[in-house]
Design a protein around this ligand. Structure first.
Ligand SMILES: Cc1ncc(COP(=O)(O)O)c(C=O)c1O
Length: 461
């Protein structure tokens, strides 16, 4: 008998965590068990996940932004079935395949007119690597400037531009020539670019770690300073792109025109890994400068047909379902729904972000009694309070969210762009309940804090 997926699933049912701990990453399994996220999911559809008990979970994490179209979107499934049934010739390599050309044209049609070429990749980090290499080649300059708190992936180039110590620790030496500036600080950027040896300034339009946004004046300076000092501007839209922010590209909010741009996550339709590095013809020609250098940057799976098909179907579905504007409208509904909670709860300080990339910022309340309780949680581990919100949202209300970054009290929401008022109402009601509990100190939130503090102390030993 040949391979039978149903048989494999049936034979291994319930072994998710034991297999993962034994063969992949035991520490991740410990974390998931500690925070009570150890469910056995069996199905995903639209904005929801279903576990083996038949319970439904609202997915406000979207696989870190992959599931913009929700899960199991019929249009992408249909396109992939069609591609499989057509027995198309895939990855001939010594060939100029049709579908990558069509997808490149479709992507470029959605970018500003200065963009002219695309390199396809298998992940976001790989798109960032391509951007860094192309920027160095196009400028013949060595340095790269990036931001504090930045996240661009975990391969060596991307890691060298990572703005937090936790990810870098233990992997050095990283690439030379990478310098960090504070996000939002135009004067620091000017000092960094002034020696005119900087190939690229790499930046996310909205920072994923913390959902940090910078004011318009900063973005005006970014564009002007890069141009004045001959530095190429790489905008990393891996998480923010394709409608997430309520615009096709988040940099459109600020009117900046990147020289290079990276895309991935949502482009996959949630099915086939794919990324893209988009740049001007001039930058591309600097790399592919002669026949000798025609394959100087490449990878085996870059033009993988199923990835191209998933991406093409995704772009069309985003248009057909008007998802960019829906993200904007649903983002506003979420903001409106959360406004009374901001009024009601002292420890709920701010809602920030754009469209459906949202950060809920928590901090010490004013009243003495509540402040003492908040501080007690924070003394156990900084950023622990946000985790004590994420846990009951999941366990009591079956809503999947995440803490926005290590050590910060920010809960991050990345709902599917297809979600609407029903999901907004469910989330707002759940957060209201959790914050009410935290404020009244009825015990649940602080019980979570105690469990976490104990587990993290054991982990640190
Ligand atoms: C802004 C940004 N760039 C790059 C990456 C890396 O993408 P990947 O995990 O596909 O390598 C991420 C991943 O979260 C990201 O958020």
């Amino acid at each position: 008998m040949g391979f039978d997926l149903d048989a494999v699933l049936a034979a291994n049912r319930g072994e998710n965590f034991s297999l993962y701990a034994r063969h992949i990453n035991p520490q991740l399994v410990r974390v998931l068990r500690t925070i009570g996220f150890d469910r056995h999911y069996v199905r995903g559809e639209g904005s929801y996940l279903y576990d083996d008990k038949g319970d439904r979970y609202l997915d406000f994490l979207s696989g870190f932004g992959v599931f913009a179209l929700g899960r199991s979107h019929p249009a992408i499934k249909r396109a992939l079935h069609q591609a499989l049934d057509a027995d198309l010739p895939n990855l001939i390599q010594m060939d100029a395949a049709l579908l990558p050309g069509v997808l490149a044209r479709e992507l470029l049609r959605r970018c500003h007119p200065g963009m002219g070429r695309v390199v396809f990749t298998n992940s976001g980090a790989e798109a960032v690597e391509a951007a860094l290499k192309f920027a160095r080649a196009a400028t013949s300059r060595p340095r790269v400037v990036y931001c504090d708190h930045a996240f661009h992936g975990l391969t060596y180039g991307a890691l060298s531009a990572n703005g937090g110590e936790d990810f870098r620790k233990g992997f050095g030496p990283l690439l030379p020539g990478f310098d960090k500036v504070p996000f939002g600080d135009a004067a620091a950027l000017e000092r960094a670019l002034a020696p005119r040896d900087v190939a690229a300034f790499l930046i996310e339009p909205i920072q994923g770690k913390g959902v940090n946004v910078a004011p318009q004046a900063y973005w005006d300076s970014v564009q002007e300073l890069c141009r004045r000092h001959g530095t190429l501007l790489i905008v990393d839209e891996v998480q923010t792109g394709l409608g997430r922010s309520g615009r096709m590209w988040a940099h459109e909010h600020y009117g900046v025109l990147p020289d290079l741009m990276t895309v991935s996550k949502a482009l996959s339709g949630g099915f086939v890994p794919v990324g893209a590095m988009v740049c001007s013809e001039k930058v591309s020609d600097a790399v592919y400068s002669s026949m000798d250098r025609a394959v100087v940057h490449s990878s085996t799976f870059k033009n993988n047909q199923l990835a191209m098909v998933a991406a093409l179907a995704t772009l069309e579905t985003i248009d057909d379902e008007d998802l960019v504007d829906r993200a904007r409208v649903t983002g506003l509904a979420l903001e409106k729904g959360l406004a009374p909670l901001l009024e009601r709860y002292e420890l709920f300080h701010e809602v920030r972000g754009k469209g459906l990339m949202v950060g809920l910022v928590f901090g010490a309340p004013d009243s003495l009694r509540q402040r003492a309780r908040f501080r007690a949680v924070e003394m156990a581990r900084s950023g622990l309070f946000a985790q004590t919100i994420v846990m009951p949202l999941f366990q009591r209300h079956r809503i999947l969210t995440q803490v926005a970054a290590d050590g910060v009290n920010i809960v991050k929401l990345l709902p599917p762009l297809i979600c609407g008022q029903e999901e907004v109402d469910a989330f707002v009601g759940a957060l209201d309940d959790v914050l009410d509990d935290a404020t009244r100190g009825s015990g649940l939130v602080y019980e979570f804090a105690r469990t976490l503090a104990k587990a993290s102390l054991q982990r640190d030993r």
